[in-house]
Design a binder for this molecule. Structure first.
Ligand code: DGL
Length: 276
């Protein structure tokens, strides 16, 4: 068996690098390939049909690059395309390969953490509308009340690199105060990009509300998954390769990507469709 395969990580942009950072910290020896569809970011308000189409292109790309498993770091993709990809696309075209999302790990942890059974979720519009967080909570505990808040202004602000400005604090307060009023005791940051705002959000929320950032938990879930699925784990190479692909501007990706990944990255530009 050749052991030169990789773990693929897919996101609409470079927010998923924050999740990758967590994964690499927990599982440093494996090979990784990151794909950010920065030419078409944000995904947050796109239709389910378009999200499925973009995700299929990303899946084709990463599996052809010899990935054995793909983590959809993007919540919007995990909410709107993952199930169809797992149930239809992969069984038909890549029957031995796997794709995993980020919604279930966040929900499982929130169920453990909440004491008063009131949980807030901040996410993109399409993630909120998909009701995927509500569905996953109800599978585990029907008595938990979920308060969702779509935050459409956050990703564009982060994508332009304006996270150090006062503007973002004002925008955050507007999104978060209504959740505090609902007396939530746990908040899920249900978007790749929001992890980088964790400290700012904590300042607004205070110490009594627990914040769940996916970069902390997805890595542990993946570790556990690979331990239970040795047939996949055994195929992944341990040459510690980190390869980064972007559909958009390489320079911007390298500069902003460093903020999320925490170290310098070298990015290669690719096309996922004929036009882009
Ligand atoms: N990656 C997306 C998510 O986690 C956020 C950025 C976007 O809207 O594309 O939902």
């Amino acid at each position: 068996m050749t052991k030169n395969k990789s773990i693929g990580i897919f996101d609409s942009g470079f927010g998923g690098l924050d999740i990758m950072k967590g994964i690499v910290r927990e599982l440093p020896n494996y090979n990784y390939i990151y794909l950010g569809d920065t030419a078409r970011v944000p995904y947050g308000a796109r239709s389910e049909k378009v999200l499925y189409k973009f995700t299929k292109q990303a899946v084709d790309f990463l599996f052809k690059k010899n990935c054995e498993i793909i983590i959809f770091a993007c919540n919007t993709v995990s909410s709107n395309a993952l199930r169809k990809i797992q149930k239809k696309y992969i069984p038909k075209y890549y029957p031995r390969k796997k794709a995993l999302g980020v919604i279930i790990p966040a929900v499982e942890l929130a169920v453990q953490k909440t004491k008063n059974k009131k949980v807030g979720v901040v996410a993109t519009l399409r993630t909120v509308e998909s009701k995927s967080f509500l569905r996953e909570f109800s599978k585990i505990d029907n008595n938990i009340k979920i308060f969702q808040k779509a935050c459409p202004l956050l990703v564009p602000i982060i994508e332009t690199g304006e996270i150090k400005t006062e503007k973002i604090n004002e925008v955050l307060k507007n999104y978060i105060m209504p959740l505090i009023d609902k007396k939530i005791d746990t908040l899920i940051l249900g978007c790749t990009h929001y992890g980088i705002l964790k400290n700012k959000i904590k300042k607004i929320m205070g110490n009594n509300i627990k914040i769940i950032a996916e970069s902390d938990i997805v890595a542990k879930k993946l570790k556990d998954y690979l331990r239970r699925h040795q047939e996949i784990e055994k195929k992944i190479g341990r040459e510690k390769k980190r390869i980064f692909y972007s559909t958009g501007l390489v320079k911007k990706f390298e500069i902003l990507g460093k903020q999320f990944y925490g170290e310098k990255i070298k990015v290669q530009k690719i096309k996922l469709s004929k036009n882009l």
